[in-house]
Write a protein that binds this ligand. Sequence first.
Ligand code: FE
Ligand code: ZN
Length: 504
Amino acid sequence: MDIKKTPKKLNVKEKYRLMTRDLAWEPSYRDEKEIYPYVDYEGIKVHDWSKWEDPFRLTMDAYWKYQAEKERKYYAIIDAHAQNNGHLNVTDARYLTAIKLFLQGISPAEYSSHRGFARVGREFAGVGPQVACQMQSIDEIRHAQTQVHAMSNYNKFYNGFKDFASQRDRIWYNSVPRSFFDDAMSAGPFEFLIAIGFSFEYVLTNLLFVPFMSGAAYNGDMATCTFGFSAQSDEARHMTLGLECIKFMLEQDPDNIPIVQKWIDKWFWRGCRLLTLVAAMMDYMLPKRVMSWREAWNIYGVENGNALFRDLARYGIKPPMHWDDVEKSIDHTSHQIMLGLYQWKFGTAFHSWTPTASDIEWLKEKYPTTFEKYYLPRWEYAIAQKEAGGEYNNFGLPKLCQVCQLPTLFTEPDDPTQLCHRETDYEGEKYHFCSDGCQHVFEQEPEKYVQAWLPMTAMMQEPLKGDLAAWMEWVSLEPTAAGEYASSEDKANFEKWRKQVSTD
Ligand code: FE
Ligand code: ZN
């Protein structure tokens, strides 16, 4: 009989070393440059990869165990939500507009992030970042999947969910998140980590997941809230990875500082432009609000941002270049975006509406210096048109910003009565921008942004040539998914079903 030997139990530190750092080896028949051709590409100098600290000390086996546990709980709740007609528990069907926008814009971004991390995990030359990127890559595909699964139940009952994947590629407002991720994925590995780890995770996720997920809970959406919480514990790890990457670059060589500063300036601006869609979600699309965009910005933008940049100041990093412009825009953007979405609602795969009397009271209270003065008159104009039996639509196509790809609907930072337009000539062509921030990004790398795919231009080219019906088909936009909420099938069905449930 064999005598079974009990293997020596490893302590956490040994286990971590064996299952992460010890997985690396010294190449013998290829040199480092051949194996990692992109680490020098951006000019970042690294002298010692072993200095990359992994603050979580998570091994792969612990990772899988932990994630599997979360998955089990998550799917139990999603099942219960589906079985009990959880979709009828949301405040009202206006809420679904926020969720449609999330599925079309954010979930595909999670998937892009998964691909991007798989790539940079391969391109970094140290085992610390390789393991961390691998875990984040798996997290991100899990986020995309859990989000699609959570929202698939709504897809059984409501319009605007089913073609999110092709809409991500083709419909005009989704080119905002899409171009953000295309930009990041076509950058070098270090810039990718600033774009996603810093801008998307640190600046955006804080504002997206925390207040927005509380909004989901507040509006009775257990499915969304559950994927939010399931992702939240990963987000803490992701933000730390982004910050660790910034500190690592700054500590490795002083020559890295100006490069990192340039990326922080660029990605902070790009992140804030992407956030304008979230601003509209928070101020207009949640029937029951948790906090205003301004309040969320004060907590998650200003307080967290100040703490971060105080911390980075010791390396010589300054707050992002266009910080003041962002601060000046906070009381305006949600109104500007929502007015834009409303006037182009024939071309959106979600519904929009004019604010109700109680919405207007709330907006006045939360935006005392801007709403009543600049935006209420425009809403009143649209409301009057509706009352007269018409509908306010703008069938003119918007001019898009070459960088953020939003319509150029923002105003001058110091004059909310003037639209902000910038243009740059490059190699005989004119390029248009929504702001100084986007123009600055373009001018740093014009050869990159002249290649941007712009949805409005695509609409005027072959094979669509400006034909609106052909365009709708091309972007998989059914008329039932678009337009005013008040006359939508979603509203009628929701109210009918809700009544049946409550009288049963
Ligand atoms: Fe994610
Ligand atoms: Zn722009």
